[in-house]
Design a protein around this ligand. Structure first.
Ligand code: ADP
Ligand code: MG
Length: 241
């Protein structure tokens, strides 16, 4: 469904993504794991054409490397960015309706009723404004809005970030149902939760793919994953030079 060939992202002299190949097959959820600063967000932003990159991006077999972000979204490549980005002056219901505008004639698998069914906590909040939502509620609205636009591929950037474990569970229970309907590319630092959802995973380490395999393989390599993801016991604070 999505193929990256030699994708490279640089910011001036900083190499954020160092010429990677990655595949997101149809009918599967794929995890892109890595510590803070590994290059995960840069990869997603490059796929969505929000930042320039080198290399090739193929979506549904067609090269899309030179398309505008809006064009890609209208073709069904839908990105839920890091930090959620709910419209603060719109209600929950209006935020969800905004998603319809990117539908471009595709028939949706998730309409408004389905989104509320997927995220029951949103039902009593339909008239609440975006700014008055908790982090978890915002994440649900952001994912719901993306689903309303009838994705052909859903990309999510750290949906668990900053959420309480019980809320992470609710979000991932919903994603498990979404997964049966569309391919997912999921960026996470939280490997355990990501691998519980995904079929395959890639681990980014300073812009390179250090490890890849089935979710089961990666889960079995706990110790190595921990060292790549920066969960080691006495990790020094990264220096800012
Ligand atoms: N806008 C930017 N300008 C300069 N450097 C950036 C910018 N965004 C990210 N970087 C750098 O690129 C690297 C990868 O960042 P990022 O893709 O955000 O990683 P992750 O999402 O895995 O935390 C980091 O070294 C980060 O400091
Ligand atoms: Mg990031």
């Amino acid at each position: 469904m999505l193929e990256l060939r030699g994708l490279r992202v640089t910011y001036g002299a900083t190499v954020a993504v160092n010429t990677i190949d990655l595949d997101v097959p149809a009918g599967q959820a794929t995890a892109l794991l890595g510590a803070n600063g590994a290059g995960k967000t840069s990869t997603l932003r490059a796929i969505s054409r929000l930042i320039p990159s080198e290399g090739k991006i193929l979506f549904d077999g067609e090269e899309v490397t030179r398309l505008a972000p809006e064009t890609l979204a209208s073709r069904g490549l839908i990105h839920v960015p890091e930090g959620r980005h709910v419209f603060s002056a719109l209600t929950v219901h209006e935020n969800l309706q905004v998603g319809q505008t990117a539908r471009s004639g595709r028939t949706t698998i998730f309409d408004l009723a389905d989104v509320y069914e997927l995220f029951p906590p949103l039902v009593p909040l339909r008239k609440r404004l975006g700014w008055a939502l908790s982090g978890g509620e915002q994440q649900m609205v952001a994912i719901g809005r993306a689903l309303m636009s009838a994705p052909r591929l859903l990309m999510l950037d750290e949906p668990s970030l900053g959420l309480a474990p019980v809320v992470v569970q609710a979000v991932y229970a919903a994603l498990a149902r979404v997964k049966s309907q569309m391919p997912i590319l999921l960026v996470e630092q939280n490997a355990a939760v990501a691998l519980s959802l995904c079929d395959r995973g890639y681990v980014l380490l300073s812009g390179d793919i250090a490890l890849q395999g089935s979710a089961a393989d990666l889960s079995d390599r706990d110790a190595m994953l921990d060292s790549y993801l920066g969960h080691g016991a006495d990790e020094p604070e990264p220096s800012t030079t």
